[in-house]
Ligand binder design. Structure first.
Ligand SMILES: CCCCCCCCCCC/C=C/C(=O)SCCNC(=O)CCNC(=O)[C@H](O)C(C)(C)COP(=O)(O)OP(=O)(O)OC[C@H]1O[C@@H](n2cnc3c(N)ncnc32)[C@H](O)[C@@H]1OP(=O)(O)O
Length: 359
């Protein structure tokens, strides 16, 4: 449940009782969230260039775009609660504590320094994507699209980025039968990929280890893909009796050319991080020993760039493709709905469970 009006009023009172000055940056953020929570999106003309203070306040409020009033209220309460606890417990206040934004079971979502991080969190299963996880990633993306962060990151916990679709998704067949399951799964897949196509802010994949299946294909919908040199990129669809998804049948040939896309998507060639970089799927590869440090330093610097300019630039680039991408997504999902019922696919899944066949 979101913050109530009472929580909001309490938070406003707490601000007055803060023992330490939180600094101009935080004060501007508080001002902007307060205005958004009480009045909605910025509705006043921009102050003149010489009216520095009011211009900074206006810009902070305007940067919140169409953030809903309820979310602004919740963010205000969270921000104040972080400030109060840090000024109570220590004199070294962190500007923005590592704030957990919602309760999820399969992902961890945190926001800090203008970056919302969605971390896949089933390390013992190599971050294989269960149906619950697809749903939670969609919810987390929806929340990230509306929060006040500048950049959104998807990454994995543990040694894998993700081993793709959790093959146990094929085993829990409902009483309505396998056809109904395939139909619902195609809807789930289409919605899942759709939430990447429509994501409005810069979206970054921090590929912390090997990536398989759908965790690779949707990379074509990200704005930056940073990979450790330990990462590999594997789309073994034919081995599984399946076909490409995540819009990769369109984005991969565009990114790497038809010949290299065919090697990956038809023949299941596994790429090293260096190969994925050479083929344009990956933006930059970092040595594993310094991967986290280098990537987060880079992202923190990017997150300080003007938020609206980043968002609008992304939208200009992506909007030209959106309709096409949605059409490709619909087609890929409907082809897979049929494929999942094929004996080729069923045999491959049985093979994984009976012999624990590894890719
Ligand atoms: C009727 C229709 C229903 C359809 C529902 C579909 C919903 C949307 C589908 C969207 C389309 C997506 C397609 C894809 O993503 S295709 C790619 C699928 N992925 C795989 O085939 C990978 C399978 N896993 C492996 O080959 C290996 O586990 C791997 C090479 C990834 C790692 O090997 P390693 O030896 O290092 O580790 P383990 O195998 O011991 O793994 C540790 C445990 O994790 C389990 N695991 C790992 N990956 C998966 C997975 N993808 N699905 C299920 N389980 C996985 C593994 O079994 C181990 O478990 P245990 O410790 O219990 O043995």
């Amino acid at each position: 449940m979101g913050a109530s009006q009472k929580d909001f009023e309490n938070a406003m009172n707490q601000v007055k009782l803060l023992k330490e000055d939180p600094g101009n940056e935080v004060k501007l953020k508080l001002y902007a969230l307060y205005k958004q929570a009480t009045e909605g999106p910025c509705n006043t003309p921009k102050p003149g260039v010489f009216d520095l203070i009011n211009k900074a306040k206006w810009e902070a409020w305007n940067a919140l775009g169409s953030l809903p009033k309820e979310t602004a209220r919740q963010n205000y309460v969270d921000l104040v609660s972080g400030l109060s606890s840090s000024s109570d417990s220590s004199s070294q206040a962190k500007p923005e504590a590592d704030r957990k934004q919602a309760e999820y079971e399969t992902v961890v979502m945190t926001s800090e320094d203008g970056i919302t991080k969605i971390m896949l969190n089933r390390p013992a299963k190599k971050n294989a994507l269960t149906e619950q996880m697809y749903q939670e990633i969609m919810l987390a993306l929806e929340a990230a699209s509306k929060d006040d962060s500048t950049i959104t990151v998807l990454t994995g916990n543990g040694d894998y980025y993700s081993s793709g679709n959790d093959l146990t998704n094929f085993t829990n067949i409902p009483p309505e039968g396998v056809e109904a399951k395939a139909k619902n799964s195609a809807i789930l897949l289409r919605n899942f990929v759709g939430s990447f196509i429509d994501f409005p802010k810069p979206l970054v994949a921090v590929v912390n280890g090997p990536a398989v299946g759908i965790s690779v294909t949707v990379l074509g919908l990200f704005d930056l893909v940073y990979a450790t040199d330990r990462a590999t990129f594997h789309t073994p669809f034919s081995h599984l009796g399946q076909t490409p998804e995540g819009c990769s049948s369109y984005t991969f040939p565009k990114i790497m050319g038809p010949a290299k896309a065919a090697e990956m998507l038809i023949f299941g060639k596994k790429l090293t991080a260096g190969e994925a970089y050479a083929q344009g799927l990956v933006t930059e590869v970092f040595p594993d020993s310094t991967f986290q440090k280098e990537v987060w330093t880079r992202l923190k610097a990017y997150s300080k760039l003007p938020q609206n300019a980043l968002r609008i630039s992304k939208q200009i680039i992506r909007s030209q493709e959106k309709e096409k991408l949605h059409a490709v997504n619909a087609k890929e999902s409907s082809i897979l709905q049929e494929r999942w019922l094929s004996s080729e696919c069923m045999n491959a899944i049985m093979n994984f469970f009976s012999q624990k066949a590894k890719l």
